[in-house]
Design a protein around this ligand. Sequence first.
Ligand SMILES: NC(=O)c1ccc[n+]([C@@H]2O[C@H](COP(=O)([O-])OP(=O)(O)OC[C@H]3O[C@@H](n4cnc5c(N)ncnc54)[C@H](OP(=O)(O)O)[C@@H]3O)[C@@H](O)[C@H]2O)c1
Length: 276
Amino acid sequence: MSVAIVQGSAGGLGLALTTHLLRHTSLKVYALTHGSASDLESKLSHLPAERVKVIGKVDVTEESSLQKAAEQVREETGANQVRLIACLAGILQPEKSLSAIDIDSALQSFKINSLGHLLTYKHFVPLLPSKKDFNEMTADFNQGKEDPAKGLISKEGSLCFSLSARVGSIADNEKGGWYSYRASKAALNQIIRCLDHELANKSSSALAIGYHPGTVLTSLSRPVVGHKAQPKPDEGVFTVEQAVEHMTGVMSRTSREGREGWGGRCWDWRGERVPY
Ligand SMILES: NC(=O)c1ccc[n+]([C@@H]2O[C@H](COP(=O)([O-])OP(=O)(O)OC[C@H]3O[C@@H](n4cnc5c(N)ncnc54)[C@H](OP(=O)(O)O)[C@@H]3O)[C@@H](O)[C@H]2O)c1
């Protein structure tokens, strides 16, 4: 069995990614949401029910809920079947100036956007196969048996994948504003870098990357881009479906091999590196 974990499965991008994985792969998908399981189950009811397990009430600010979810996955699938851990949790407080800073809201941004991803990895990374286990698992794929990931995730290794954002880049910050969102995504980028080193040092099959999807029309971006905004792919503004096409395209290219050096870095929807 090959398993994908999608944390933040009921959000705009999370639901589109979960749907895409169920439609275009044979992976078993664990769909984690901080909302109720029944709400998400009804949104996924038109998809193959035997391949999706919804776990509700997984709040990334409550470590115990992540621990419980990881224990459930371990009990149901074993310890080393996870090919993808996708972390999508994120909130945006678009402060325009210092006067708009509210400490509780800013802390919540860090708890969800940075530490929420860190805690998700703390509990789910132990379920990733080692390099050796992964090679055994995928040996069959090289001899004709179909890879359940069907090319949407690299055949070369597992993947820890966090939704970051270009505005988390310090080098690219030409405008200012959005203090807590920018800072929490910059912190997430540092977390991804540390995680990638730990995975490599411990001979995990996985690498870790951050990802910027472009501007995607979801409940997170609508208050900023406007409720009537339309997708403009030429200007980097996408529907969730377009964004997930790009996202899985980048996922499929990730590798520790070659000159690109994917691990520990942030990549955009074109597959180009976002500087830290
Ligand atoms: N939309 C864009 O233009 C854009 C651009 C750059 C980066 N991003 C990033 O992409 C990610 C997904 O955002 P989106 O655009 O799809 O926005 P969204 O529809 O508002 O989704 C927000 C996500 O955060 C999750 N979440 C919020 N609080 C949580 C909590 N306490 N515990 C667990 N999960 C929590 C929600 O998951 P559940 O409801 O399933 O729990 C949902 O997946 C975010 O990290 C965002 O920063 C988005």
